[in-house]
Write a protein that binds this ligand. Sequence first.
Ligand code: SME
Length: 156
Amino acid sequence: MAEDIIKIKGTREEQYQNLLPQIKALTAGEANHIANMANICAALKETFGFLWIGFYLVENEELVLGPFQGPVACTRISFGKGVCGTSWKEERIIVVDDVEQFPGHIACSSLSQSEIVVPVYYMNKIVGVLDVDSANLAEFNETDALYLKQICECVF
Ligand code: SME
């Protein structure tokens, strides 16, 4: 049985440093990537309380909604569309301080104000993205990019 996530007070970086080994422990013994994605979303939601945390998975020319925590979301995103589809196409992490300023941003929730999208790789190929949305402007920065990238490496 999984242990509870232990939370600490501190800076965002300190919180990630506390969370990352717990996510590694939680996913290390589990080969099913859907189960790992589901627990990663729950652990991030519990630690940071972000508005929406979820995975989109590559299926043919689209991203399809995978495990997530938060309000209901759009189920399919085309290659190159929105922040998620752009991250997939350009194979890079995208930090958006103000979603209104990102051309083609797909608004799944009117409450979302800023966003970070991190590609997920399996055998050197992008197989999905992790999308995290916040109800605050400019919620995410290089620290989130650094740690969310490592968290995505725990999926497979
Ligand atoms: N905003 C994303 C779509 C996914 S939802 O935010 C959950 C985008 O522009 O790709």
